[in-house]
Design a protein. Structure first.
Ligand code: ZN
Ligand code: ZN
Length: 734
């Protein structure tokens, strides 16, 4: 191969195309598709990736330059990921280079020097026995230990009281041989507490597996596994993975937030010992590097991780599973934007692998596709123990107020908590609000403390006596007077979990209470600790944010109190009902998972809201039908395609006239346009404007928007102080 197409590592979008280079004779054979190379580019040298072969160009208007050299002779970018990056970049109007970079974890170091694997020093018996016994009692003792064990690592020797100096001394004196062995940082030494015993399948699980195994061989439609909470979807995943491994293929399993689901990881480790590698951002660079290469070489067969794990370099991919597929965290909302579900769909189609999407509350996007037959719908309606779903009781908090009860916990919830605790069962309380008070404001002028970067109200933390932004972590000391008008009448509003904990402690002073939220688990390992305390039955009341809804399975939780169900409903986004329904249903699903039916108490100011009531009942079908009508009426996704254009500007930058002019750049025919409207969130104190587009057909919608954006730039309607982003089928609110 003499001529190749190289994608240059530059951030400029107009350079995000291939350039043709000639391979010098000495590198023919070693430079291949996927090689990282350094090339002359303009008057500089640049790095790039070989993305394809090229014909020798016919027109002789320009000279074809030679590649300088490969940057890293052993590294090859996986070729299926090159294709995937190309497709994703066109779908999301991102640059291919940005997409390629997002696929490779930190630690693999795409354009830098190759990182070396970590090694560990071992002592082995010498090739020839030493002439004399080693000098010194320590060395002699170590030599004896080595003779007994056959080999010993420096670490193991240290654990038995032999320092690295003693080990080195023994080697020097000829009493032992030194060997550096690579250490696999992806595997864990810790023993799994979950048993690897394989449970018998329920009738429904068997039926579902049969149904999936007996699909027509050419049917590679994504499977939507819709199973109620507690129906045992995980066991179905495990069996499907076993099938995949038996065929000699690899599997990728995605979880919404892997750092929060240590017990899920343990189940996988227990069942597939030594075959699992983790992929997520809390791992060290070295661990990520090792996971990547182990998956690439086929040493491990299963990649388990968060959204970017969809790019794990499986050479022989047979299956991708996305658990809790409705979760928003599968979308990466910073550049390059992508949704792991879309990426998985495209990747499976490229290599003929199967895709399984699992959820008790599927996203409307996926469910609509299943109804259209684009996805293959498989349902599980029974819980593993055949326990009925929990009973749900709604408490109208307006009535409580009318009767003079001003506590955050209703009388009904309090008495049910007492009853549950006296029966030695566990209670969970759910409140999706961080901190002590959710905002503070001035009584006289109405001033609200806000984050200067994000524009959202700051949360008050009592323990630290400070205000903090729950989005970006910005911190502010509270002053005793209003910064706006000087008044001392500062008031605190809104209930957060920190406050809920102190309320519960006041009502139940003798109970063992634990709390789980992103503030209380900053320390590594503490999610695990909360989980274990709960599992052992030590915790009587667990209070938490949506973290406690993450697939946890405690058989002794008999009561779930949803303390304030209304918050997410008030969010100005067309998906707020769907999100509320999903959250309530997932939370409700955490209780009554053993033989006994559980109870859910839902406190609300809006007891007639379908998202709440049906969420508590976990009645997906009825809710879907109800919400489907609304979405169809207003033409919202999944019954249309949505795209957005985001304009980020300095504060007070765009005037009304300019906003009108911007909108005028986009065609109004065949699509619906909303905005520019101010975004809910700011970004680094810059203002954000959103234009939302809805259209019947994605391709023409995208083309129209691309045309509009290039008009904005070519006609200089926007200047360089304004940055523009295009979002395709976005899920997160802005
Ligand atoms: Zn004031
Ligand atoms: Zn902030």
């Amino acid at each position: 191969m003499r001529y190749v197409k190289v994608l240059i590592n530059k951030k400029i979008a107009s350079l995000d195309r291939d350039f043709i280079y000639e391979v010098p004779p000495e590198y023919i054979g070693s430079v291949r598709i996927g090689s990282v190379v350094s090339v002359p580019f303009g008057h500089q040298t640049a790095k790039g990736i070989v993305i394809g072969l090229a014909e020798k160009p016919i027109d002789k208007d320009f000279d074809i330059k030679f590649i300088d050299a490969p940057v890293n002779e052993t590294f090859l970018f996986p070729s299926d990921l090159l294709l995937l990056a190309d497709e994703l970049s066109r779908f999301y109007t991102e640059t291919t280079m940005a997409m390629l970079k997002a696929m490779i974890p930190a630690g693999v170091n795409l354009f830098g020097k190759a990182q070396k694997p970590k090694t560990e020093r071992w002592l082995l018996p010498p090739d020839e026995p030493a002439a004399a016994p080693p000098r010194g009692p320590k060395r002699r003792a170590l030599a004896a230990l080595l003779a007994e064990e056959g080999e010993i690592s420096f670490a193991a020797a240290a654990a038995r009281g032999f320092s690295a100096d003693v080990c080195g001394g023994l080697v020097k004196s000829g009493g032992a041989k030194l060997e550096n062995r690579p250490v696999q940082r992806y595997s864990y030494a810790e023993s799994s507490s979950e048993s690897a015993e394989i449970p018998a399948l329920t009738e429904e699980q068997s039926r579902v597996l049969e149904r999936i195994r007996n699909r027509a061989p050419d049917d590679h439609r994504p499977i939507l596994l819709h199973g109620v909470t507690g129906s045992g979807k995980t066991e179905v995943y495990l069996r499907l993975i076993e099938d995949t491994l038996k065929k000699g293929k690899q599997a990728i399993v995605l979880l919404p937030e892997i750092a929060l689901t240590p017990q899920f990881v343990k189940i996988f480790e227990g069942r597939f010992r030594g075959k699992v590698a983790l992929f997520h951002s809390r791992l060290s660079h070295g661990e990520r590097r090792d996971s990547w290469y182990a998956m690439r070489s086929g040493d491990v067969r299963i990649a388990l991780g968060a959204r970017s794990c969809v790019f794990a370099p499986a050479a022989d991919l047979g299956l991708i599973i996305i658990d809790e597929e409705h979760e928003d965290s599968y979308e990466q909302d910073s550049a390059p934007r992508f949704h792991a579900r879309k990426a998985a769909e495209l990747r499976c189609a490229l290599c003929g692998a199967d895709l399984v999407l699992g959820s008790a509350t599927p996203s409307f996007e996926s469910y609509a596709k299943a109804e259209d037959g684009v996805y293959d719908l498989v349902t599980m309606k029974h819980r593993v123990n055949d326990t009925p779903l929990p009973k749900i009781r709604t408490v109208d908090m307006r009535e409580e107020l009318k009767r003079g009860w001003t506590e955050v916990l209703s009388r009904e919830l309090l008495s049910e908590m007492e009853r549950t605790l006296s029966r030695k069962k566990q209670v969970m309380l759910f409140l999706n609000r961080l901190g002590y008070h959710t905002f503070i404001s001035c009584r006289d002028c109405g001033f609200v403390y806000r984050c200067p970067d994000c524009g959202v109200p700051l949360t008050y933390y009592q323990k630290e006596k400070c205000l903090r932004c729950t989005r970006c972590g910005y911190r502010l000391e509270v002053s005793d007077h209003c910064p706006e008008c000087g008044s001392r009448r500062i008031r605190y509003f809104g209930l957060g979990v920190e406050q809920l904990e102190s309320v519960v402690r006041r009502h139940f002073p003798a109970a063992v209470i634990d709390r789980l939220d992103s503030d209380s688990v900053k320390k590594k390992g503490s999610v695990d600790e909360v989980y274990e305390r709960m599992k052992r039955g030590e915790t009587e009341i667990l209070i938490g944010t949506r973290m406690i809804a993450k697939g946890w399975d405690f058989p002794d939780v008999a009561l779930m109190g949803i303390v304030a169900a209304d918050y997410t409903l008030n969010f100005p986004d067309f998906r707020s009902g769907e999100r509320t329904f999903q959250m309530i249903a997932q939370v409700a699903g955490r209780c009554g998972r053993s033989r006994e039916q559980g109870t859910v108490i839902l406190q609300t100011y809006r007891p007639d809201e379908p998202a709440l009531v049906l969420g508590g009942l976990q009645d997906y079908d009825t809710y879907y039908r109800w919400e489907e009508k609304n979405r169809r009426r207003f033409g919202y996704p999944p019954f249309s395609h949505m795209m957005r254009v985001l304009l980020t500007t300095p504060p007070d930058y765009l005037k009304k006239e300019e906003l009108k002019e911007i909108r005028g750049c986009f065609p109004a025919e065949g699509l619906r346009v909303f905005g520019p409207a101010p975004a809910i969130y700011k970004e680094r104190a810059r203002e954000k404007w959103v234009i939302t587009f809805l259209g019947e057909e994605l391709f023409s919608l995208r083309e129209a928007i691309k045309k509009g954006v290039s008009r904005l730039e070519s006609e200089k309607i926007i200047d360089k102080n304004i940055s523009v982003k295009i979002e395709t089928e976005p899920v997160h609110p802005v």
